[in-house]
Design a protein around this ligand. Structure first.
Ligand SMILES: Cc1cc2nc3c(=O)[nH]c(=O)nc-3n(C[C@H](O)[C@H](O)[C@H](O)COP(=O)(O)OP(=O)(O)OC[C@H]3O[C@@H](n4cnc5c(N)ncnc54)[C@H](O)[C@@H]3O)c2cc1C
Length: 521
């Protein structure tokens, strides 16, 4: 039985490292936070970055490394006090989209050397991670990721349940069919990483102003002309919206509204007291997607969260608060994840809980982050909507956005993450609220072919829709358009979608076709 003892410990007492490095970084950044805040804003700058989370500080760091110096970073509260503050700090390279995988690999390498570069402790520990498979379909998914990782030279290995037990003795392996081990994955203190990036950027000439809120972006002749803040105006040529979950509203507040489709959901994890024999900080992070949970070592105890089936969208109407607070605990909501944790690690039964953390995180309509230049306003760049992978992706995403601004194109193909993939259809709050409820559970769902979103459908149909539907068309959606995927022959029942890598059920109809494999010579 879990006992709940303390509340709000994480921020106040549990992470002295954060406080130490926060104050040290404030000293080290030579005016980065405290002094610069009292300094007046410059009249003009080449670039204004809005948001002092992992994204804004990473963009500032990389722009300054590429030689741009006339940069101002504005943060409405304190640096790293948004979602970055509550992040679980897991750097996971096992991603389904190749460019995200490369970005996570770059982030991992960048964060590893950041402490040496800046002198600020980032809490970087190379723990490795183990992704568990409870089914053969999951194991196939892991093998597919592993083959992609190997091509990119990132070490990983498919292992047996017995090997899982050797790497992490607390894991119950009775229902596992295999796992993927990634020895180079790591954990960090994400707020400290963000402060270290800010520190390095500041040393390279970036001006950082806390307690300065951007109210809107001024636009002239289709290009960024400046920003209006609560402390005055700054003329600028480039504006970078790194406002996290606020990015949507900030986009709409521009003189020419810019659609940045993302929506926040509540995201939970629990923190426990140390185990009797404290868990080593180097214990591998466990990802159990079939149980929908992740678990990492945290100060001798554990930190465990997950992606539930029934997420809770938040801040659907109006502006949300200035600085993110720990939101309400909701134990009923967290219960399925807690049960999954106890099934996976039964030895935790008697462990005392310190806190259930609940912090908003933004999700996008297709579970990929949003980056690039607005298609309608020159010089307006965006990096937001990280789908709970902001720290894993932050280093690489900041690098590519900075390259995009300086060289007109990034060094990797980030086309699949480009803001331009979305249109006005995806910017309605109602669409976003429904869609993100489907996206958040997807993070741990099996990614199999033939799968389609169920929310936000029938936004655009062709004049032939009704006739094709009457002919048995089964529909898929691309950019809001309904398109026939296949037709169910007359007299046959509708085929249920099965979340599996095995032969799709529509193959029974395929054998009736003249071109089917069975009918070929
Ligand atoms: C509970 C939880 C656990 C997570 N765990 C992980 C994990 O283990 N691994 C991982 O990779 N990711 C994780 N994430 C996701 C990660 O924390 C986020 O994706 C990342 O921190 C987002 O960074 P950001 O810079 O985009 O946003 P934020 O950190 O929210 O920063 C945005 C900043 O913009 C500022 N701002 C907004 N509007 C304005 C304005 N008008 N003027 C000035 N400033 C403004 C805000 O004050 C804020 O500081 C987790 C998220 C949560 C909530």
């Amino acid at each position: 039985m879990f006992l709940r003892l303390l509340s709000d410990v994480r921020w106040q007492t549990a992470s002295p490292g954060w406080k130490r490095s926060m104050s040290s970084s404030r000293r080290n950044t030579t005016t980065a936070a405290t002094e610069v805040h009292s300094a007046s804003l410059p009249v003009r700058a080449q670039v204004v970055i809005c948001g002092g989370g992992i994204m804004g500080t990473s963009v500032a760091y990389h722009l300054s490394k590429l030689g741009w110096k006339d940069i101002v970073l504005l943060e409405q509260g304190r640096l790293a006090a948004g979602s970055t503050r509550f992040c679980a700090g897991i750097i996971s390279t096992a991603r389904h989209v190749s460019i995200e995988l490369k970005m996570a690999d770059y982030s991992n390498k960048l964060y590893e050397q950041l402490e040496q570069e800046t002198g600020i402790k980032t809490g970087y520990v190379r723990t490795g991670s183990i992704s568990l498979a409870q089914t053969q379909d999951r194991l196939i998914s892991l093998k597919r990721i592993a083959s992609r990782l190997k091509v990119m030279g990132i070490p990983c290995e498919i292992i047996t349940p017995k090997q899982v037990a050797q790497l992490h003795p607390m894991i119950n392996i009775h229902d596992l069919v295999g796992a993927m081990h990634m020895p180079e994955d790591a954990v960090v203190s994400s707020a400290d990483v963000s402060l270290a990036l800010a520190n390095a950027a500041s040393r390279n000439g970036v001006q950082i102003h806390e307690r300065t809120s951007v109210s809107h972006v001024m636009i002239q002749k289709g290009a960024v002309a400046g920003v209006e803040t609560d402390r005055g105006q700054i003329e600028c040529q480039y504006f970078v919206n790194c406002a996290g979950q606020w990015a949507y509203e900030l986009g709409l507040s521009s003189e020419e509204p810019i659609s940045i489709p993302l929506h926040a959901c509540e995201h939970f994890y629990l923190l426990t007291r140390p185990l009797k024999k404290p868990l080593e900080s180097s214990t591998p992070t466990i990802v159990d997607p079939d149980g929908r949970i992740y678990v990492r070592s945290w100060q001798g105890g554990i930190l465990s969260g997950g992606f539930e089936k029934n997420p809770k969208p938040i801040f659907t109407e109006g502006r949300n608060q200035l600085e993110i607070q720990n939101l309400h605990e909701d134990w009923d909501h967290f219960e399925p994840l807690l049960s999954a944790l106890l099934r996976r690690m039964p030895g935790l039964e008697a462990l005392e809980i310190m806190q259930l953390v609940n912090c908003p995180e933004s999700f996008t309509p297709d579970m990929r982050c949003i980056m690039g230049e607005s298609p309608t306003v020159r010089g307006y760049f965006v990096l937001a909507g990280m789908n709970s992978a902001g720290v894993s992706l932050g280093g690489g995403a900041g690098k590519h956005l900075a390259e995009w601004m300086v060289n007109d194109y990034p060094s990797e193909n980030v086309w699949s993450l480009d803001l331009k993939r979305f249109g006005a259809l995806q910017s309605s709050r109602t669409f976003l609220r429904h869609r993100v409820m489907e996206v958040m559970p997807l993070i741990y769902d099996l990614k199999v072919p033939r799968w389609d979103f169920q929310t936000g459908r029938q936004l655009r149909t062709s004049p032939l829709y009704d006739r094709l539907d009457a002919q048995g068309a089964q529909w898929m959606e691309k950019h809001g358009f309904e398109r026939p995927k296949y037709f169910v022959p007359p007299g046959k029942g509708k085929i249920a979608f099965s979340s599996s890598w095995s032969t799709p059920q529509y193959f029974v109809h395929f054998t009736d076709c003249p071109e089917s494999p069975d009918s070929l010579p």
